[in-house]
Design a protein around this ligand. Structure first.
Ligand code: RUB
Length: 300
């Protein structure tokens, strides 16, 4: 099960920072339940599982935070049963917290979306769509403009989900974002990682969306659970930007002699973000380090 989950994360069958984190927690739980060796062997197996999961995709810190949460008490376990129970309990706790967090962000985020608003979004973020769908369910007459999000077209997932939920939605190419920003009232996007300085790392193109929003004086709201905040960045560590297979952009054989690059994420500086909606409340990007100190284990 763990190997299957790791592969699905690599191939993006499981994707989106929240889903990746929950899948990792569940995979660790499955691995713990299936283990039939001794305590020493169990610890080794969990170490291997941890390495395998962290090896899948480098950018979303939600994955690392999930793994850290699930394995946090393993070092104190004195018997195999204790070790197994702590992994299972903490995995369940993480998944439940994560699901609740997305709902709560939906409520807080919906409050930020005015009645009659046109919301512009990029990629597919469950936390952002939770806010947009909640605003719609609350009776607000909103519509959404979604960028298709080359090369993997996560915008298609967004428009299908919103259309199924009855939200009027328009699909545009990424290059049309500046044009459509003129009619937007708010930008709502998700995050893979929020750095201690408030920079937000999300699907490549998000920083361009934010720049266009600033130019047009449209507020940018980021929806991100607290486990998307990165403790390592407190000490100045940079967030690694995943570079994916160039074949996702174009067939390299059709362009001999051409370098094709495929960075999957980019960083939006904190000055282009107006608010970050978390399940603990709405914070300014400048308060990101407080979120890390207060809510994330081993952040010191
Ligand atoms: C997904 C992406 C999403 C964030 C937040 O990238 O950038 O905006 O992960 O999503 P990819 P969520 O498709 O490459 O995984 O709010 O669902 O956690």
């Amino acid at each position: 099960m763990l190997e299957e989950t790791a592969r699905k994360i690599e191939t993006m069958e499981i994707r989106g920072a929240g889903s990746i984190a929950r899948a990792a927690a569940q995979a660790l739980k499955g691995e713990a339940e299936a283990h039939d060796g001794d305590l020493h062997g169990f610890r080794d197996a969990m170490d291997d599982a941890r390495e395998r999961l962290l090896d899948t995709r480098p950018t979303a810190v939600s994955l690392e935070n999930a793994v850290r949460h699930v394995l946090a008490d393993l070092k104190d376990a004195e018997t195999l049963d204790e070790a197994r129970n702590t992994v299972v309990e903490r995995a369940d706790e993480f998944v439940e917290h994560s699901r609740e967090a997305v709902k709560t962000i939906g409520e807080y985020g919906a409050n930020r979306i005015p009645d009659g608003a046109t919301v512009l979004t990029h990629c597919h973020s469950s936390a952002s769509l939770s806010a947009i769908e909640t605003a719609h369910r609350d009776g607000k007459e909103i519509e959404v403009v979604a960028a298709e999000t080359r090369p993997r077209m996560q915008g298609h997932i967004t428009v299908r989900q919103l259309s199924d939920a009855g939200v009027p939605v328009t699909l545009i190419v990424d290059g049309a974002v500046r044009l459509f920003m003129k009619q937007a009232d708010i930008v709502v996007v998700g995050a893979d990682t929020v750095a201690a300085n408030g920079a937000q790392i999300n699907k490549v193109g998000t920083s361009t969306v934010a720049l266009c929003a600033r130019e047009a004086r449209v507020p940018v709201v980021v929806c991100a659970e607290t486990y998307k905040f990165s403790p390592d960045t407190v000490h100045g560590e940079l967030v690694e930007i995943e570079e994916r297979d160039p074949g996702e952009v174009a067939d390299p054989e059709e362009f001999p002699g051409v370098e094709i690059r495929n960075p999957a994420f980019d960083a939006t500086p904190p000055r282009y973000v107006d608010a970050i909606v978390t399940e603990r409340g709405v914070v300014s990007p400048h308060e990101a380090h407080h979120v890390i100190e207060k809510y994330l284990e081993d952040s010191g």
